[in-house]
Write a protein that binds this ligand. Sequence first.
Ligand SMILES: NC(=O)c1ccc[n+]([C@@H]2O[C@H](COP(=O)([O-])OP(=O)(O)OC[C@H]3O[C@@H](n4cnc5c(N)ncnc54)[C@H](OP(=O)(O)O)[C@@H]3O)[C@@H](O)[C@H]2O)c1
Length: 311
Amino acid sequence: MSGDALIFFSDFDDPQAWKKTLTGELPDLDFRTDPAAGDPADVRYALVWKPPAGFFARFPNLQLVTNLGAGVDSLVGRDDLPDAPISRLSDTGMVSLMTSYVLFSVIRYARDIHIFEKAQRRGEWKYVHPRALSDIKVGVLGLGELGARAAQALAGLGFDVRGWSRSPKKIEGVACSAGPEALDGFLAETEILVVMLPLTPETRGLLDARRLALMPNGAKLVNASRGAVVDEEALIAALRSGQIAEATLDVFTVEPLPKGHPFWAMENVLITPHLASITVPEAAAREVAESIRRVRRGLAPLHLVDARRGY
Ligand SMILES: NC(=O)c1ccc[n+]([C@@H]2O[C@H](COP(=O)([O-])OP(=O)(O)OC[C@H]3O[C@@H](n4cnc5c(N)ncnc54)[C@H](OP(=O)(O)O)[C@@H]3O)[C@@H](O)[C@H]2O)c1
């Protein structure tokens, strides 16, 4: 009889933490970190972050591939994927971290903290009369598991929040619009833009020079999804001209952001090293275990990814 094994691969995530939490949920699971160990025919589940090319080929019985993260752009673009459902991680820990990053970034602009940071460096007492949050228009691009929660949290604080996605959504307190035809009008009304879109062939370079120019002069941008959704050359030009006054960037087309990149020297850019949100194994393992239980019962896993759509 064949076994029921999981193969783990990541240069980033801690295998021991995952082994402990996942086998805590599924004590009978044969958790493997060495692809060469045991009979590859026993391996039914892969839990991976950027495995090397050809990784999946040695496991003929894969029934589930789980991406160790929310963004699947590096996985779905591969030409060596097995014929198995792909699921992504999503857990309350990851959602809370992302929500906190978005709230911090938006509040920093809304409460003029970026201005006071600069004034303090000059030793200057600079009074800026605060604006009511309800007057400040915040737009969230992407209303998925992370974007929707961030938009709700912003609305809960009293911001004037609008959101944009591919298919129409209803989110309390958030004015939702959908589809390419709605994007120009959405940008024209957005003072602080939060990018929460996955990187797909459709979203790559979506925020180009033309679209950045549609935003009100002096708008702010927060990108915590994927760097390449924004045309970085266009953003640099917009930040230099003042069309975009400030940007908070957690993600970049090339990571780590190379030494000498123009963003490093820009006073109006806040850089964080791709950590707006991370997977918390203790919370995420419950979801992965539930997906495995579902697959064992012949059901679809949680957080299924549509590889053709790209997210
Ligand atoms: N910086 C970090 O630390 C970090 C951590 C985790 C995740 N991320 C990034 O955050 C991204 C978003 O995560 P998520 O979990 O919220 O993703 P998700 O659940 O897949 O949601 C994606 C959202 O984007 C919308 N969308 C996708 N393509 C679109 C298009 N062409 N036009 C308009 N809307 C489009 C979707 O619309 P529909 O709802 O209509 O499908 C959905 O609302 C991930 O893909 C990942 O790249 C970054």
